[in-house]
Design a protein around this ligand. Structure first.
Ligand SMILES: *Cc1c(COP(=O)(O)O)cnc(C)c1O
Length: 476
């Protein structure tokens, strides 16, 4: 079913006018109906190209975690692979081989006990990977319940209310009750005690996020695992963990090697990451890995032809571009461990220095400082009544910066923040420019008699921090 566009998305019914300077026919083309006839490829190209110039400048987009720059060599490889379909393992066996090599590399990076027994696949992003991780948890729980002769019709998944919207989708699409732990005071993510409190015999797993979308902080995976160990000792309930490492799974291995968040924690059954975030690939690739074959029920796996034999696959899509997987392999090869470490360390250095500069301003107060995932959030200091974070976001937008402002979920809906995500390519120089622009807009904002904008003006670029509520999905 095609979704209806919101009214404002249809900008008039006027035709598109083709710039007369091109001296080409046609000079008008319809906007919403397919043109009757053909046109020159150069004309079509120019129309599309010109229209897309109105998109924001990716370099100044501090809202997204997703990679907006790639080396020319990576782009060349992607262009060379544009026609390759990831599902055609038999036709493009080398692309399939590169995918498996990436899975092997990630299994080692995430400390699988036996990398040969770890299993996994590429996906279109962390959202698809989350669906797969969640489905495996649900299916394992179901098998266990049925084997015990117990009902298996009311699965639930425990997570912090700060989870990215993909987990709300998973729960909705696959009929799993989401159990969100609300924020409390200055606890902005899941804690071991609060996670365990919501677990019962119908809990298929706990999602721990490495790199909360709301503030860039790591959730305490090892602590949550220890609390679940204790739960098992007390009650016999054995609840596995899925780590949503969309951004953090590509940061922590390089910058926090001693942090135990991955397969070193025996309770961690599966991990997802976005290749297109700190994996440094352009949009379109994610990864899902399971610690061993036992964590991924065989009855979820399908088999496709591969070199005269069969290859197991687990995916929501059938056809999918192979170019991003090739680019991921290129990056792993090109940068190696030390290259990734240096790139990520630079992002963290820029984030922490920039947050330090912002902390020096009287008007703001940091919530996080970018020392985990290189992203941080800050609020308007209490007592500043002239403007809101939404005013700051709008003022920065006038200078070209896209810095999202949003409100935290329950029980901290009183807290509104601005978020800066530092990605590869956001340099110290750009950070200085941002600070300069903040200095430039602040006197004007402070001169306002009252705030001009509220959360209603926040715009649509909250990036997965859309508000959900824990009460709507009560426990009963
Ligand atoms: C970005 C993000 C997702 C969704 O990932 P996509 O790759 O955009 O599908 C899920 N979880 C977290 C924590 C994220 O940051």
């Amino acid at each position: 079913m095609p979704l209806k566009q919101p009214r404002h998305a249809r900008r008039g019914s006027r035709d598109l006018e083709v710039n007369p300077i091109f001296s080409r026919e046609p000079v008008r083309v319809p906007r919403y109906v397919m043109p009757d006839g053909q046109m020159e490829p150069d004309t079509a190209y120019q129309i599309v190209h010109d229209e897309l110039m109105l998109d924001g400048n990716a370099r100044l987009n501090l809202a997204t975690f997703v990679t907006t720059w790639a080396e020319p060599q990576a782009q060349r490889l992607m262009a060379e692979c544009a026609e390759k379909n990831m599902i055609d393992k038999d036709e493009y066996p080398q692309t399939a081989e590169l995918e498996m090599r990436c899975v092997d590399m990630l299994a080692r990076l995430w400390h699988a006990e036996d990398p040969h027994r770890a299993t996994g696949c590429s996906t279109t992003g962390s959202s698809e990977a989350a669906m797969l991780g969640g489905l495996a948890l649900k299916r394992r729980w179901r098998h266990r319940r049925l084997a015990e002769g117990r009902p298996a019709d009311r699965p639930n998944l425990v997570m912090g209310i700060n989870v990215q919207i993909c987990w709300e989708k998973f729960a909705n699409y696959f009929d799993v009750e989401p159990r969100y732990v609300p924020m409390e005071g200055d606890r902005y993510h899941l804690s071991p005690e609060t996670a365990v409190e919501l677990c019962d015999e119908n809990t298929i797993g706990v999602v721990a996020v490495l790199g909360s979308t709301f503030d860039g902080s790591y959730e305490p995976v090892a602590g949550i695992a220890a609390a679940l160990d204790d739960l098992q000792a007390r009650t016999g309930l054995d609840v596995p963990i899925h780590v949503d490492g969309a951004s953090g799974a590509m940061i922590a291995p390089f910058l926090d090697p001693d942090l135990h968040w991955d397969f070193r924690v025996p309770r961690v059954a599966s991990i997802n990451a976005s290749g297109h975030k700190y994996g440094l690939v352009m949009p379109g690739v994610g990864w899902a890995l399971w610690r061993d074959f036992g964590a991924l029920p065989e009855d979820l796996v399908f088999h496709v032809n591969y070199l005269g034999g069969q290859m197991p696959t687990f995916a929501l899509n059938f056809s999918r571009p192979g170019a991003q997987v090739v680019a991921q392999y290129y990056n792993f090869l090109r940068l190696g461990f030390d290259g990734y470490r240096r790139v990520q360390q630079t992002s963290r250095d820029v984030a922490t220095r920039l947050s330090g500069e912002i902390a020096k301003l009287d008007q703001f107060e940091l919530i996080t400082d970018g020392s985990q995932v290189p992203a941080f959030v800050f609020r308007v200091r209490e007592g500043n009544d002239a403007f809101t974070v939404f005013d700051v976001s709008a003022a920065l937008r006038e200078r070209g910066w896209l810095v999202p402002a949003y409100t935290f979920p329950e029980n901290r809906t009183d807290l509104a923040v601005l978020r800066v995500v530092v990605r590869n390519g956001f340099s110290h120089d750009l950070a200085d420019l941002l600070v300069e622009d903040l200095h430039r807009v602040l006197p004007h904002l402070e001169g306002q008699r009252e705030p001009h904008r509220t959360a209603d003006d926040a715009g649509g670029f909250a990036h997965g921090t859309e508000i959900k509520t824990s009460r709507r999905h009560g426990r009963g």
